[in-house]
Write a protein that binds this ligand. Structure first.
Ligand code: ASP
Length: 314
């Protein structure tokens, strides 16, 4: 796919059951403002001629620091009351990738994922080792209290007291992600999450798994997912969307819709965002809402929570 000379970025802050009217106007305004700030951070990089990798990292770092979202500060609690953070980043130019699972002290897990990609011989690090590597790389370390918020604690208590399933509490998954195409037509994807409320046994979802929750390949697209991770893992959602585009010639929206439909038939819910080298910016979700925003050099700029489940123009 040829570079269009245009840049574009799509971000998400999780998909879920946020039907219109379910949240107070004030709460909704808070989410929209938070998305707007993160979008602006990514936009600033791309509009200045920066690369898609820097653009997605900048946007995701803002979302990680914002307690509205289930990533970094504001991450959900595990069953045992800790915050264990997963993140991934991928560069579509050469499919280099970095990922971490179960980090507990690194303020911005997406930066750690990038350091794994750029400064280690590996792709995927986990738990104490991931934080140890972050320290060696000079990445900011925080007391685990930094990640904890009262609202996430309440959600854990609710899950425990009502004996709910992992996907039941508030059904707002809240994972964050960004995909972008820069003016040279290179794509990148980044995703960051605390996983699922009440997760145990070292559970890891799709978000940090390259090819599942996060994927980028200049021959096709960049993808970041949110939702019931076990389904996105089984489908290999990110790679599947890219493979459909590369091998079957589908456009980004068609491929995203098909994979979300397939996840739906398996019983999974969630959403994806996609950016293609030709400048197409797509999303698809099968939940009532998905926190999302997108912007492009062509003047597109929108921030939304509720429908439509696919954009009116790519
Ligand atoms: N996909 C994430 C996971 O399963 C959850 C989310 O999207 O919020 O860990």
């Amino acid at each position: 796919m040829a570079a269009s000379g245009n840049w574009g970025i799509v971000i998400h802050g999780g998909a879920g059951s946020m039907a219109p009217g379910a949240m107070s106007e004030e709460a909704e305004a808070g989410f929209l403002a938070a998305l707007d700030v993160a979008l602006a951070a990514g936009e600033a990089v791309l509009a200045a001629g920066g690369g898609s990798l820097d653009g997605v990292e900048a946007a995701v770092m803002v979302l990680e620091d914002d307690p509205h979202f289930n990533a970094g500060r504001g991450a959900v609690f595990t069953y045992h009351g800790t915050n264990e953070l997963d993140a991934a980043i991928m560069d579509g130019r050469d499919r280099s990738a970095g990922a971490v699972a179960g980090a507990t002290h690194t303020r911005n897990p997406v930066r750690l994922a990038r350091a794994v990609m750029e400064h280690s011989p590996h792709v995927f690090l986990s738990r104490e080792g991931a934080d140890e590597f972050a320290r060696e790389q000079g990445l900011e370390q925080v007391d685990p209290d930094w990640f904890a918020t009262a609202e996430r604690w309440r959600q854990l208590e609710e899950l425990k007291s009502r004996k709910l399933g992992w996907y039941d509490v508030d059904l707002k998954y809240g994972t964050v992600g960004a995909v972008a195409v820069d003016c040279e037509g290179h794509v990148a994807a980044a995703t960051s999450t605390g996983g699922l409320t009440g997760k145990r046994w070292g559970r890891i979802g799709d978000s940090p798994v390259i090819g599942a929750g996060n994927f980028a390949d200049d021959r096709a697209c960049a993808v970041s997912c949110t939702g019931a991770g076990e389904f996105f893992l089984r489908v290999g959602a990110g790679h599947e969307i890219a493979a459909r585009m590369r091998l079957a010639g589908e456009d980004a929206q068609t491929a995203a819709d098909a994979v979300i439909a397939e996840i739906g038939t398996m019983g999974g819910t969630g959403g994806v965002i996609v950016a293609a080298p030709d400048g197409t910016l797509a999303w698809s979700f099968n939940t009532p809402g998905m926190y999302r925003a997108r912007a492009s050099s062509r003047g597109l700029r929108e921030v939304a929570i509720h429908g439509p489940q696919r954009p009116e123009q790519g």
